[in-house]
Design a binder for this molecule. Structure first.
Ligand code: DX5
Ligand code: ZN
Length: 217
């Protein structure tokens, strides 16, 4: 599979979110990663469907929506209508993972499941036929700019084995840099989320250099 780089707008300038998304699009982003936090499942709050809808027109690229909210089911339709192409829910944030994944696909959206660093990969064994993407957190969710947790490299390898020849993306989220990217790609990841490593420097020129540095690592 070809490598997909998905800048997380969590590290963008929120006062100019539409412009920032257009800038990373132009700088070589493949997808746009949107981190939705509720102050309950994770100790931070970001934005909801109205903001996703407001920035949808900034780029035609894939909107990869990472829901760190509990419960998630009541909000799936609103995020689908706001223009998300992928909706990823945390296995830890839904009592009925199979139901949540079915609900996402029923909305005509690709379905993803995310696992915290300490969550065993066995929780996805019986839903593999219902997912388009498995997101492995390489930091504890809630904040950008944290250090990569190396234990997840082995988990990535195991998930890659479990997936076999199914067309499922493995996405790595947290602490991705030109130093850590090669470790997870070698283990089987094909989608890399990066927030601080993409937005550092704060100008479109930096974004292009930063994305290229991850891609070429
Ligand atoms: C963390 C979010 C990540 C985060 C990544 O809860 O899911 O997407 O923004 O940021 P960096 O790349 O700075 O670790
Ligand atoms: Zn994320």
């Amino acid at each position: 599979m070809t490598l997909i780089i998905a800048p997380s707008i969590l590290s963008a300038d929120f006062s100019r979110l539409g412009e920032e998304i257009a800038a990373v699009d132009k700088a070589g982003a493949d997808w746009i990663h949107l981190d939705v936090m509720d102050g309950h499942f994770v100790p931070n709050i970001t934005f909801g469907p109205p903001v996703v809808k407001a920035v949808r027109g900034a780029t035609p690229k894939v909107f990869d929506c990472h829901l760190m909210i509990e419960p998630c089911d009541p909000y799936l339709e609103a995020f689908a209508k706001a223009g998300c192409d992928y909706i990823t829910v945390h296995a830890e944030a839904t009592k009925h993972l199979d139901r949540s994944l079915q609900a996402i696909r029923a909305l005509g959206v690709k379905a993803g499941v995310a696992l915290n660093p300490s969550t065993h990969e066995s929780v996805i064994e019986y839903v593999l036929d219902r997912v388009d993407l498995v997101l492995l957190m390489t930091v504890n969710p809630g904040f950008g700019g944290q250090a990569f947790i190396p234990a997840v490299v082995e988990k990535t390898r195991r998930v890659k084995q479990m997936i076999g020849n199914r067309p499922i993306h493995i996405e790595i989220d947290g602490g991705v840099t030109p130093q850590t990217a090669p470790l997870v790609v070698a283990a089987g990841a094909d989608v890399l989320v990066a927030g601080s490593a993409v937005f550092q420097g704060g100008t479109p020129d930096h974004y292009a250099r930063n994305i290229a540095a991850i891609r070429n690592s």
